[in-house]
Each structure stands twice: as C-alpha cells, then as structure tokens.
Write a protein that binds this ligand. Structure first.
Ligand SMILES: [Zn+2]
Length: 379
C-alpha cells in the first residue's frame, strides 16, 4: 500500500525529494526511504542529482524512470484495431494498426482478436522488452463490457454480443483488462489532460459512433449494470435510417463522424469524402461545407442539451478527430447549445474539445494496467 502511494506520487510529479514525498503522502521519512529502496531494487526509480538545500546536506532527488515499465493499449473500432505501447510516463513509444474487413460476425471478430494478440507479440519481440517489464494490456471496445468475466457484452457497431475474450488471457504472461471505449477515453482525459476535472464531467467520444462517460468525484457513474451513459443511442429526432442498435433516431445517426460524412456526401454527391477535406473546405468558407458542418454542429448540440438536462455537468469534453478543429468549431457549437438550453447557461458548463484528440481512448486503455497497480480511484 505505502509502496503504491510512493509510486503514485512519483507518477504524478515525476521527480521529488524524499522529504517532498513524505509531505505529500503523509508517510514518515524512514517509510519513504524503505519503499524507495524497494522501488530502486525493482528498477522503477533512481536517485538523480541533488535539490537546493535550505541548510545542511543537499537532499537527493528521486525520479521515476520512464522506460522501466511499459503498457499496451488497444482500441477496437468498427474499421480497424489500433495499438500503442506506452512507457511509464504515458509517452507513446510505438503505434501499429490493422484494418478490419469482415468484422460483423462472431468468427470475424475472433480472427481479429487473434491477429491483435499476434501483433502484440511481434511488438514485444521487436523491442525486446522482458515480459516482467510489461504491466499489462488494456483493451478499449465500443460497447458494454463485463470486466470481471472479461466479456464484451454488447457492441452493436462491431456486430458482437456476449463475446468472451478469456482465451486471450492464456496467450500472455501479464494481465489483460477490458474497458468501454468512452470510459477508457474519460480515464485518458483525467490522467493526461490537464484541463479535465473529475467533478461532474461528461466525456463524449465522437468517432464512427458516439460513446459517453460520466465522471464525478466518487468515480465513474456506471449505473446498476455498467450500462449508464449510452447517450449515443438516445432518440433525438426522426430518421429513416436504422441504427446499429436496431432503433431509429439515435443521436449517433445524426452526430457521429460517419453521420457527418454521410451528410456531406448527400449534399455534394462527392463519393468518398473525408473529415480533413470537409474541415479544410469549411475553414475556407466553402458554401456546402459551411451548410453541412453547421447542421452537424446543431445535431451535436441537441444531444449535449439532453446531457445537460440529464446530468447537470460542470464540464463536457468532446474527443475524436473533430477535436483537431476545435478553434473553428467550439464557438458555433456553444452558441447552438446555449441558445436553446433554458435550464443552463454558458457560465455553468464548460464545453471543450479534447486536447488528446483521437488518442483519449487508446491512452486510457493503455493506462488501465497502471491504474490497477498504483493509481487511486480519484486519479
Ligand atoms: Zn442506436
């Protein structure tokens, strides 16, 4: 416990003197010293230089060694599997990804998971990392999960339900974790985005679908069976298209990245538009792009208004590719939200795009093994 406390403190501050660690953790100097010795023996920290003294002997600085441990994050999306290897400072050391073709079946998904395991084994071999230096693998999936049973319960966008990932655990010598995509994203935001607060914050992940996660000081609000926050499937209007969940009118049909591409395609008859092109045209005041993007931001605002009504948050953080264009979108989006949000005004709620862009979820997944080891719930 005390060792974890010391490690968690060093994780947050990177380097400190023993006295500073003692003050932050409320542990005695001898306790700090013995735990530092144990962490040094395990190669997690070393002593580097001296701090300025206020009189007497100059205190030694203890620092966390970034490349002493690693973790692997995996993000499964309907079109690809993305992987990162991060070090103990959560810096990305390596990225890989592969496309998914015939995913929408159970056997297609199983094949993709086997391939994912092979890619991870290749990464470890390529970088010659001893398996005891790998803290684990965190997997983010767009659906509801049972973390204890290691089961992907329902992922409409992947076309799988009640899929056990247990077989993957036999393939590795270190622990594996599974997390809902939006909850992983929220964890990534909390640990790595300095602007993110854990106080009544809703994280909205806009990718091929929409996922949301609700955070408060007590931790994540996950509901009775961890199904809370499926705002992507709340009904916001009428549409003929059927959602992957089988209903019509879901928010993600209007506001996912896929929805933007569809809207733009219908407006312009450009066969394969991509987000970068659309946004470049929007910024250059292209008429079609302006029309479509504004309508799309309005669609996003409808869902956000409902989230305000349901949750009364202090902060909403929006992650995804769109976040890269924050400066061109945020004012318009806020205007749409607050022009009709009668119970809330702009001073009550901060709405921002993520500074981690598309990496919140994969980094959150990668952090999960560290979280099990030494991050407390609040962190
Ligand atoms: Zn739906």
């Amino acid at each position: 416990m005390n060792r974890d406390k010391v490690l968690a403190t060093l994780f947050e501050h990177r380097q400190l003197t023993k006295l500073e660690i003692s003050r932050i953790t409320n542990l005695s100097i001898p306790t700090v010293t013995s735990n530092i010795t144990s962490l040094m023996e395990d190669g997690l920290v070393d002593e580097a230089g001296v701090a300025n003294s206020t009189g007497g002997r100059k205190p030694k600085i203890v620092r966390l060694l970034p490349n002493s441990r690693y973790s692997i994050g995996v993000e499964i999306t309907p079109s690809k599997v993305k992987l990162v290897l991060i070090n103990l400072f959560c810096e990305i050391q390596l990225r890989k990804e592969f496309s998914l073709v015939e995913l929408k079946t159970t056997s297609g998904f199983r094949q993709a998971m086997v391939k994912m395991a092979e890619v991870i084994q290749e990464i470890i071999k390529e970088l010659q990392i001893p398996s005891e230096c790998i803290m684990g693998i965190g997997i983010s999936v767009p659906g509801t999960v049972n973390r204890d049973q290691f089961v992907l319960e329902l992922a409409p966008n992947l076309g799988v339900k009640q899929f056990s990932l247990q077989f993957l655990k036999d393939m590795f010598a270190f622990p594996l974790y599974i997390e809902n995509e939006a909850n992983a994203g929220a964890l990534g935001e909390l640990v790595l985005n300095k602007q993110a607060s854990d106080d009544h914050t809703v994280y909205v992940s806009i990718t091929e679908g929409i996922g949301t996660s609700i955070m408060s000081k007590d931790g994540f609000y996950k509901g009775n069976k961890e199904r809370a926050g499926e705002f992507g499937h709340m009904h916001i209007g009428n549409s003929d298209r059927i959602c992957s969940c089988g209903r019509t009118g879901c928010w993600e049909l209007f506001s996912s990245e896929t929805a933007l591409l569809t809207m733009y395609k219908e407006q312009t008859e450009i066969v394969q538009p991509n987000l970068v092109d659309i946004m470049e045209r929007y910024i250059a005041s292209d008429e079609d792009a302006q029309f479509v993007v504004k309508k799309y931001l309005y669609n996003i605002s409808l869902g956000i208004q409902n989230i305000l009504l349901a949750i009364d948050p202090k902060q909403i953080i929006i992650g995804g590719e769109l976040a890269k264009y924050s400066e061109h979108l945020i004012t318009e989006l806020r205007n749409f939200v607050f022009s009709q949000a009668v119970f809330h005004n702009e001073q009550d709620v901060e709405i921002n795009f993520s500074t981690l862009y598309t990496d919140s979820s994969i980094l959150g997944a990668a952090i999960t093994p560290y979280k099990q080891l030494f991050l407390t719930d609040e962190e």
